[in-house]
Ligand binder design. Structure first.
Ligand SMILES: [Zn+2]
Length: 390
């Protein structure tokens, strides 16, 4: 059986560059000629010629419906999401769909430091790859999502680097050395929005925002084909949007940032405050707080309702700035479902421009169907796409 690694290695970047890029996009997801043209950023004519060449070489298959699919071959792509106290890994054989990927999620995350996370990370990658029926030598690429700002000019952390990360941590280089494949890195919310635009629906929308709400809050923004990163990778840091003028000090040096109101530490502290003087058990993690709320604990439910409202207020400002078609909420807070989503939606519509959010055909707010693996699937896409420049 052919090996995707050899095909990617042999494909040129010059005249053969368009064929290579179209092949990579088919590996990302089968698509119609129009969809592949949009994703590859090439004209329909150029994509049509590339598909004909790839079909002639037996690399893609056009015999089943109107979508161009990858022919049967060996090769598996990996995506990794390093969270604060969890790590998520996905491995997907290139000829299979996103729903057929092998997935793993477990502790620890970067809270133990990158050096101590290393062996757990590599074990999880090996487990998911083997679960797909392929071997580590079949891995063609990997991508890493991190809850950090990344300077896209250097692929390194934007300074200053806050604990538990250290300035010289380089998870992409570490994994590249171990896996012997290209490994790329980006911010987790940025990769969440990449995954949501491609896999979240079969009818992709152009202007889409992904909200990662866990330890802190960040958003990834796609405007058409462009991921909005900003000059130093700081775009989308909605966790530091001020929602309480003169409010509590934030780790960033600001006051009243969204993170100081709905970050996991702030939410847990609110429950603790209401329990003061009682022997009621406090949730230690956001997951425990969400679980209590889902079991109808009145305090936890109200804390999450309020968090949804504040998130909706912050997202209303974003709607007025960039007029997205779809906002998708992911991260641990999204596992609370309607407890967060309903107050978020009503507060968003209360404060956003009416015309930008009143029609369901022009604006949708929902929960991530890919959660908790949206960021890892986006990292997988990023890793594959690095081949287009090699
Ligand atoms: Zn802040």
């Amino acid at each position: 059986m052919r090996h995707a690694r050899e095909l990617l290695d042999q494909a040129g970047t010059g005249r053969g560059g368009s064929q290579k890029k179209v092949m990579i996009e088919v590996m990302v997801k089968p698509g119609t000629q129009a969809q592949l043209s949009r994703r590859a950023g090439y004209s329909p004519g150029l994509v049509s010629d590339a598909i004909k060449e790839l079909a002639r070489d037996g690399v893609v298959d056009r015999s089943r419906g109107d979508k161009v699919r990858l022919a049967s071959m060996r090769g598996v792509a990996v995506g990794i999401d390093i969270g604060f106290n969890h790590t998520s890994v996905v491995a997907r054989p290139l000829e299979r769909s996103v729903g057929e990927a092998a997935t793993r999620r477990g502790e620890p995350g970067i809270n133990v430091g990158l050096a101590d996370l290393r062996s757990d990370l590599l074990r999880m990658v090996q487990e998911v790859v083997e679960e797909t029926g392929q071997a580590m030598t079949d891995v063609v690429s990997a991508g890493v999502a991190v809850p950090r700002m990344i300077d896209s000019r250097t692929g390194r952390f934007t300074l200053p680097v806050l604990p538990p990360w250290e300035a010289d941590d380089d998870p992409a280089q570490m994994l590249s050395g171990e896996l012997r494949v290209p490994v790329a890195i980006d911010n987790d919310a940025n990769l969440g929005v990449v995954a949501e635009q491609i896999y979240g629906s079969d009818d992709p929308v152009e202007h889409i925002v992904y909200v990662k709400a866990s330890t802190g809050v960040g958003v990834g923004i796609m405007l058409g084909p462009n991921l909005v990163r900003g000059q130093r990778g700081m775009a989308g840091e909605i966790g530091h949007l001020i929602v309480e003028r003169g409010g509590r000090m934030c780790l960033c040096g600001g006051r009243g940032c969204l993170d100081t109101v709905i970050g996991s530490a702030a939410l847990i502290a609110k429950v603790e405050e209401s329990h003061r003087g009682t022997d009621r058990e406090n949730p230690v993690t956001l997951a425990e707080l969400v679980a209590k709320a889902s079991r109808d604990d009145a305090v936890c439910r109200r804390v999450l309702n309020d968090a949804g409202r504040v998130l909706g207020f912050a997202l209303a400002q974003l709607c007025n700035l960039i007029n997205p078609h779809r906002i998708v909420i992911g991260g641990e807070l999204s596992s609370a479902g309607d407890i967060v989503l309903e107050p978020c939606g009503s507060e968003l519509r209360r404060h956003a421009l009416y015309a930008a959010t009143c029609s369901s055909s022009d604006f949708e707010l929902g929960l991530s169907a890919l959660s908790p693996f949206a960021e890892a699937h986006g990292a997988l896409v990023l890793g594959l796409r690095t081949w287009s420049s090699k």
